[in-house]
Design a protein around this ligand. Structure first.
Ligand code: NAD
Ligand code: GLY
Length: 368
């Protein structure tokens, strides 16, 4: 059931990366321009699509004009398939089709497809180009931009990966029409993140226009996607490899990633785990005296408004703390923890204790 949306004006955002600048093109009808954009960016001659079975079944016909191959590479998506086994399947397909260094991988799917196809592209022949066509809200507002690629290890989230920026990103809200409600909501938690760390007007917009947003009205969704992409583009252009500023994008992710690992990547959508993670970060900030209690209350009520989150009452804090200890954000033994100081502003704490995290987990409802 594909609905028609009249063409909207496309937004084009530039991203700077060490490997070369690239464009993010956003708006209703952006997919129609994919072949022309690929040609204009010199992305060819061969283009191999990597997508998921589900996404291809729903949207494959929109993309047949973007590939030079008869069949796309289709793998399973969902968090529990984001691993080296699935990356190996993409490698196998690239080898079998004699992909060479000029071949371009076109990743069409959610954040899982983007991360694993990006990592396959980063590692095949020591790196071939990748283009992202994100099909979930989460991927459109966040994961398609910035070049982080990789997969999970059973003991920790995204522990295996590389920075491999795309050569082009094309985000069209039309594909979000088929997104299950829960997946759409999962993307909204990342929008809340951008509101807290950078642009409070996103928080206001979420609160006041939620019905139009959850109805996937392109006129309500496209500006949100564009606003988030602008923030992400600015941040990763200034700090591609996360040596400073980019850490703000990890707001809510320390506890979020640990919740995902502690439940073996089966219970939470990534965005849902970030929803809990943001509340944990805010409550630590409040106890520390760096976060205004009013901000905690505002985000708690917005998160509740977005919908139910999976239960956490049966998850032990000990398991989550063990996962946090393996987090990539631990630098020289110190956990870099992003805390909010006001709407749109953050600070990094490097001395958050296990006890403080344990208290925050208790506030979320985890067992000791
Ligand atoms: P996902 O890729 O697993 O997609 C969620 C589900 O939606 C899947 O079942 C998929 O088949 C389905 N789907 C995708 N597009 C659809 C469509 N248009 N219609 C119907 N169904 C569709 O999950 P996600 O939430 O998109 O991405 C989460 C992943 O992104 C996590 O692994 C997270 O770590 C990663 N991530 C990466 C970055 C980065 O910078 N690289 C940033 C944020 C998140
Ligand atoms: N989602 C975190 C980052 O891209 O840096």
């Amino acid at each position: 059931m594909l609905s028609y949306h009249p063409p909207m004006e496309l937004t084009r955002i530039g991203v700077t990366a060490a490997a070369g600048a690239y464009s993010v093109i956003i708006g209703g009808g952006a997919i129609e321009s994919l072949p022309a954009e690929l040609n204009a960016a010199g992305l060819g001659p061969r283009r191999i699509i990597v997508s998921s079975k589900r996404v291809w079944k729903l949207h494959g016909k929109r993309f047949r004009h973007a590939t030079t191959e008869r069949v796309p590479v289709l793998v399973d998506d969902g968090e529990r398939h984001k691993n080296l086994v699935t990356v190996g399947k993409v490698h196998d397909a690239l080898v079998k089709s004699n992909a060479d260094r000029s071949t371009v991988v076109v990743a069409i799917g959610g954040g899982v497809i983007g991360d694993l196809a990006g990592f396959a592209a980063a590692t095949y022949l020591r790196g071939i180009r990748v283009v992202h066509v994100p099909t979930t809200l989460l991927a459109q507002v966040d994961s398609a931009i910035g070049g982080k690629t990789g997969v999970n290890h059973p003991l920790g989230k995204n522990l295996i990966g590389s920075f491999h920026p795309p050569s082009l990103v094309v985000a069209d809200p039309v594909v979000l029409d088929t997104l299950p409600r829960r997946e759409f909501r999962a993307g909204l938690y990342e929008v809340v993140k951008y509101g807290v760390i950078s642009d409070p007007s996103l928080l206001d917009r979420l609160r006041t226009s939620l019905p139009a947003i959850v109805a996937h009205e392109p006129a309500a969704v496209a500006p949100i996607v564009a606003a988030c992409c602008r923030i992400k583009a600015d941040v990763v252009s200034a700090d591609e490899r996360e040596s400073g500023l980019r850490r703000i994008l990890n707001f809510g992710h320390t506890v979020g990633h640990a919740l995902e690992a502690a439940t073996k990547y089966r219970r939470f959508r990534h965005g849902e785990a970030v929803g809990y993670g943001m509340l944990a970060a805010l409550s630590i900030g409040v106890v520390r005296g760096v976060t205004p209690p009013a901000l905690y209350e505002e985000i708690q009520s917005l998160v509740a408004q977005l919908g139910p989150l999976p239960r956490v009452s049966d998850i032990s804090s000990k398991t989550v703390l063990a996962a946090i200890a393996r987090d990539k954000k631990v630098v020289a033994g110190k956990l870099h923890f992003v805390a909010a100081t006001s709407r749109g502003h953050t600070t990094t704490l490097t001395d958050v204790s296990e006890k403080e995290i344990r208290t925050a987990l208790k506030t979320l409802g985890l067992r000791a």
